[in-house]
Design a protein around this ligand. Sequence first.
Ligand code: SAM
Length: 322
Amino acid sequence: MLMRFDILTIFPEFFGALPNQGIVGHGVVSRALRSGVASAHIHDLRCFTHDRHRTVDDRPFGGGEGMVLKPQPIYEALESLSLLPRSQRPGSGQAVILLSAQGRRFTQSTARRLATLQRVVLLCGRYEGVDERVAEMLCDEELSIGDYVLSGGELAAAVLLDATVRLLPGVLGHADSSLYESFGEGEANPTVPVPAPAPAPAPAQAAPAPHGDGWTSEETGPKPNPEPSPGVPRSTHAASGILDYPHYTRPAEFLGRSVPDVLAGGDHLAIRRWRRQAALAKTLANRPDLLLTAELSEDDRKYLASLGYTGDAEAAGHAHSR
Ligand code: SAM
């Protein structure tokens, strides 16, 4: 099923064009658009103005710095897409989204939800923002890509487009690739026993296999036989809400640093175990807040405890916000 994106902006060139310009012309997004899994339509808000200067903004009521995007061109742009004000249009299967620093935080789980829709409209603000009646009456939701202020919504729209498109069926190599990456929902391989805490992974002597079975490239798509052989670990295996594990490729030694021995050893069980522990260690170091909601096995918890994690929600939260 084709998913349709409409992007409303005063800088349509920002998004580029097929075959090789901007976000729509590169990588996974370009591949998805060319293969017909999704379509992206970029609309210039200035085409919906009626004055000689094609004015999209005006001064703020109440005074203050900067200009505000007017509601009328946005209303007309949406009308041209047969999108009525929110109270009058059918709710399901589509979302009109205002990119805004004041919005709810966009996360991987938001991307998963958007990827189930047939149509997503992304409205890019500029200047001091957008007349509030647009959020109140024309949009379904406001989304922010993080706690910082961008000068325009275009980068944020590009982030939403990319993160959502790559989750559409058939876009990534394996059907379940997106389950087994950072923030993924995939199982944490509960059947594999995790032994007592291991010391920090030792340097490798031998070169790792260049790519495990099931290797795919996000840019070029799946290799001819992308299914992993039985017993061979997936190329991505972290998941269950934590960060991905560290990846290595050739050369086996780089600037004096070797890849971990275990990855070159061919013991798939040991590789799985190492990857799970490395993913846990990385999550603890960089995003301990994720451990609060991740699905953790008893072995995971033991390993984390060996690294000093107490499971204290508040401590983890503070550590991350510092
Ligand atoms: N006055 C606004 C505020 O303080 O929240 C900032 C406006 S910003 C300079 C202009 C536009 O950039 C916004 O209307 C929005 O579309 C976009 N933008 C800025 N930060 C964003 C963020 N974190 N996520 C999504 N969009 C953002």
